[in-house]
Write a protein that binds this ligand. Sequence first.
Ligand code: PA5
Length: 466
Amino acid sequence: MEQKEMRLDFNFMMREQIGDDSGLAAEDIQFLGGHIKRVHDELTAKRSSGEIAFFDLPYQDTGPIKSLAADIAATFDNFLLIGIGGSALGPVAIHNALHSPFYNQRVGKGGKARPRLYFLDNVDPDETAVLLEILDLKKTVIVVITKSGSTAETMASFLVLREAIRKTTGRIDPAQIIAITDPETGILRKMARQEGYRTLDIPGGVGGRFSVLTPVGLLSAAVSGVDIDEILSGAALMDRRCSNPDIWQNPAYMKGVLEYLFHTREGRNISVLMAYSEALGSIIEWYVQLWAESLGKKYGLDGRAVYAGQTPVKAIGATDQHSQIQLYMEGPHDKTITFLRVEEFNTEIPIPEAFEEMEGIGYLCGHTLNELIHAEQRATEVALARAGRPNCRIDIPAITPSVIGQLFYMFEVQTAFAGGLYKIDPFDQPGVEEGKRLTFGMMGRKGFEDKKREIEGIQKNSRYVI
Ligand code: PA5
């Protein structure tokens, strides 16, 4: 079946459309030709050597994921995913994009009975308490996801749920727990071996925020009836487009270059992603982590301080036209804006004929909500362009598994590519580490006693509280 392709329209980032002061010239992009070739060659070499493994995920064997998903769907009423960061944002993004917001309420009604899906990506005690109250733990499968196998939040929540199951059922049935983790290393892998949980692997060379197309994102999708092969064939299609060294044919490279140029040359250090679709909101949250954690780096590869990275911001149209757009239109010239526009929604809703004689409202009659949301999006991008605000648009033919796969893949290549332009490592996250060490200290982990003392010292000196 022919797949519909998403398109990147960046006319409103270019000088011809938004003027000399705000837009880029084609020559600005051509001028980066040497860098573009260098980064392309580096990424291609790292792909061939297996050092960057997310590139080849579209071609994996999904058999083990699908058979485990079928078994889960036939056995359990509830599916609870525990993870954080890259181990949760991807599965949530797929779920919210491809299912209705009231998915759990609709399970068992009409369509095929599937487990209800729950995602626990925080250690908020009140949220966990409610979850424990509503879940029938005898009929719940716990899917714990952590690449490192030891993330404090994930492991703490897992221990809470595991104990709750033991109390409810009188034992730990290994069939009720699935671990998705590194194939070899980490504490979760050790626990799985010890207690006999079923497991799926996050391949080595795939870090958390690049793992959505592994079992991390695909198991929950398959359990809820999503065609995960279609997600991967969308990603494969995008791989073909994004392997092209010609920047003018490659949407991921082009998007990476545009953001990089606007950031480094024009001081546009905020990158807004605004979807005119509620369903795509969680994909933006996934992207926010990808862009922020990958590019926000103090040091370049040569060890010099560079303070790289744009601040990614989530917006939803049309809602945020009534909240953020005033700032984007007239505030500081420090942003780029990328719209996600869905051409065909699953539904068309006509605006009823009523009060036609009332001038301020009658014009809506006979149109559809679909027409209105499209008009809002177009009007906003044109108004921004007229105000000299660079913006571009990703046209999404429809929200299908294939298109979701295309989007994930494009954003991942864009991020890896931008990392190469900034000359930083987009795959590490050293800035997250100090917070983790201080947490270990406060929680009494052996070897981190000095961190506990540091926090206590700071607390003693805290006197500015009113
Ligand atoms: O992208 C990353 O590497 C992080 O955001 C991780 O996904 C997050 O810290 C969770 O790590 P882990 O999967 O090891 O529990």
